[in-house]
Design a protein around this ligand. Structure first.
Ligand code: MN
Length: 194
């Protein structure tokens, strides 16, 4: 088991871009090629990959914080503007492996939404604008979605022992997807939901 963090420390995050300029936290980047199981329009996704691929999002997470009860992990998430077919750029989305753990997101810049659902089939969407502080209760899978023209930047924190279950969403999908209809976001049934 990792040792607990014994002393306070600071990490710099740019409030507009979400970047960690000091380099103390390194970004993890995800491309359309990493989300071929998530976007509903597989042909549109493959076409983007074949044309050279495109970055969809990145996140800075403090992985040096041990995954044990009592600790908190935190960082920033940056979803780029764009679409695959008519579906907005989004994160993979996940449940926490320890389902009974919550998370807080605070929107720093950009505009978009957090799409959420429970294993029992409850669905919710909350719209993110700078200053919006979102509480995601235990049990809710979550995915950030960029509906704007700028980057959607959020700060997040969650119990460090929560863990990430990406597989369930990868296999089943979310019940709903957020697409553009007549220039505005519309929440519709996911044709690929299993
Ligand atoms: Mn989470």
């Amino acid at each position: 088991m990792n040792k607990a963090i014994a002393f306070p420390f600071l990490i710099d995050f740019d409030l507009k871009t979400g970047q960690c300029a000091s380099g103390k936290v390194q970004p993890t980047k995800r491309y359309v090629s990493n989300l071929l199981e998530q976007f509903a329009d597989r042909e549109a996704a493959q076409a983007i990959v074949d044309a050279g691929d495109a970055q969809v999002y990145e996140f800075f997470e403090l992985e040096q914080i041990p995954e044990q009860p009592g600790e908190l992990r935190y960082g920033t998430s940056i979803v780029l503007p764009g679409k695959v077919g008519d579906e907005y750029f989004m994160t993979k989305g996940h449940f926490h492996t320890v389902l009974e753990t919550a998370e807080v997101y605070y929107c720093l810049s950009g505009e978009g939404a957090m799409l959420m659902e429970t294993p029992e089939g409850d669905v919710d969407i909350q719209w993110l604008r700078p200053g919006a502080g979102l509480y995601i209760p235990p049990r809710w899978a979550h995915r950030s979605i960029n509906t704007g023209r700028e980057r959607l930047v959020t700060f997040f924190t969650f119990p460090a022992n929560a863990g990430h279950d990406y597989g369930t969403i990868e296999q089943k999908g979310f019940r709903k997807i957020l697409v553009e209809r007549d220039g505005a976001p519309a929440l519709v049934d996911n044709p690929r939901w299993k």
